[in-house]
Ligand binder design. Structure first.
Ligand code: SF4
Ligand code: SF4
Length: 96
């Protein structure tokens, strides 16, 4: 029996993955969390920050910290987090 997840289709479903190195530019991020949604959608076809490979943390003093959870293997070789960041806080480079 198919689950709700396996029934889903995306335009990235059959595209190969590629390792990408994400560099966080210091002092630019405004904490909008768009990158979390972009990542979870591109990787898991879900809008769920808990499924994102990039996490946004807001400290008690209001500072924003970004965390890359694991090596990025982005669908189609595109870093959607960096492409959709409104302030260009992320730089994406091909990995090894
Ligand atoms: S490069 Fe891809 S896998 Fe890595 S955080 Fe960005 S969207 Fe997610
Ligand atoms: S890295 Fe960009 S998209 Fe992600 S929270 Fe910061 S400003 Fe928003």
């Amino acid at each position: 029996m198919l689950t709700s997840q396996t029934k889903r289709t995306t335009d990235t479903a059959d595209k190969p993955t590629k390792t990408i190195q994400i560099t966080i530019k210091p002092g630019i991020c405004v904490g909008c969390r768009i990158c979390e949604l972009a990542c979870s959608l591109s990787q898991k076809n879900l809008f769920n920050p808990q499924e994102s490979n990039i996490l946004v943390h807001i400290t008690e003093t209001g500072e924003v910290e970004l965390e890359i959870v694991q090596e990025c293997s982005c669908v189609g070789g595109r870093a959607y987090c960096a492409e959709l960041c409104p302030v260009d806080a992320l730089q994406a480079d091909p990995g090894d």
